[in-house]
Design a protein around this ligand. Sequence first.
Ligand code: HAM
Length: 420
Amino acid sequence: MIRRIKGVKDILPDDIPKWDVIETAARRLATIYGFREIRIPIFEQTDLFARSIGTTTDIVEKEMYTFQDLDKTSLTLRPEGTAGAVRAYIENNLGSVPSAQKMFYLGPMFRHESPQAGRQRQFHQLGVEFFGNPHVGADVEVMAFLWHFFADLKLRDLTLEVNSLGEPADRSRYRALLVKFLEARGDCLCVNCRGRLERNPFRILDCKEAGCRDATRDAPMMTDHLSERARTQFEDVRSGLSALGIPYTVNPRLVRGLDYYTLTAFEVTSLSPHLGAQNALGGGGRYDGLVEGLGGPSTPAVGFAAGLERIALVLPPEALTPQPKMVFVAAFGKDGEAAGTRVLQALRARGVSSETLYGASTLKAHLRQADRRGALLTAIIGDDEAAEGVVLLRDMTTKAQEKLPLSSAPDMIAARVFSA
Ligand code: HAM
């Protein structure tokens, strides 16, 4: 038997109610906050991701699904959505379309990571990108969206962590300081972080290894080395959050795994035991240099992405919407089946969720199936009922049965279902 690929999951019909709730909340809030949907390709030229996410990041170094097209072009399954959204923004000249400055997307992303709870090789994100506005209002707005999204889904025990990664010049000055500090402690770092020292020293700050934690305890922090502008920007972001009553903590070690960020960076983590180490439900930040870096006009931007599998793992039952009430049609015999099929179609035409079990010849088999499907009512129609022009309507909870005229049964049943 051919099995599914490691780290990739089927989302089964029983899981779908959770996904419906999550995606419906995402779309509803996107409209409320003025973000319009964009559907970007699932694969792009590899260079797009290398140039935006950064050649020394874990994602680009070891997690991309890259393959050669027939014409030898290197293509990659998207590991995230920002790069593709920016490419689409530039290529379609969306900077000139006022309504296209705020976009969102929902869809699968691909990263070759080792699978564990909350970490897959194909996973889904809601992503939100706000282009063209350097004002901290935009930073606060996307964080408010993310927080509102999780509140709508009734998620609990969340922390919004914020940090400032400074402007590019602050970053290179700080990088030199950090590398000098860490070089003196190189022996205490894990093998992975020793490699990062040259390539991506910031990531050492959020390494979970005890040795690295110890070695970086007194490391210089970016927030103490910000330019005047970056410091003011960070203060304004924090007061913007406070003004909206959104609780946050400053985490100076929050560096994010993608290189395009400037100034604001944030992440929402969950304390839920269902997630273990993979506790980030969403994260994002400002990326003022990316549009220009990819060949577009200088355009500030800020956004976030949230992981839908992780949200589904922590979604409390009370966030689920009740499934629509269902009617079961139990039809027997030649005439009964013919009448039953017409009732089934008439119920569906009235918007009533209804089902039958084709070919079942005993009432027992029908009722068993009706119970399994959680039917509210069962419409029983055998040859005798068809001849008499009636339907026996059984209440599946009380087991009470009553006769309805066949002609008016669909309307009467629909009225019952919609008022239940
Ligand atoms: P990210 O932090 O790499 O950011 O991913 C965002 C979220 O996607 C994570 O917080 C997590 O919930 C989920 N996620 C990431 N990797 C996996 C995985 N292997 N399995 C399951 N879930 C995962 C970005 O992708 C940026 N593009 C966010 C952004 C948008 N920044 C600005 N605009």
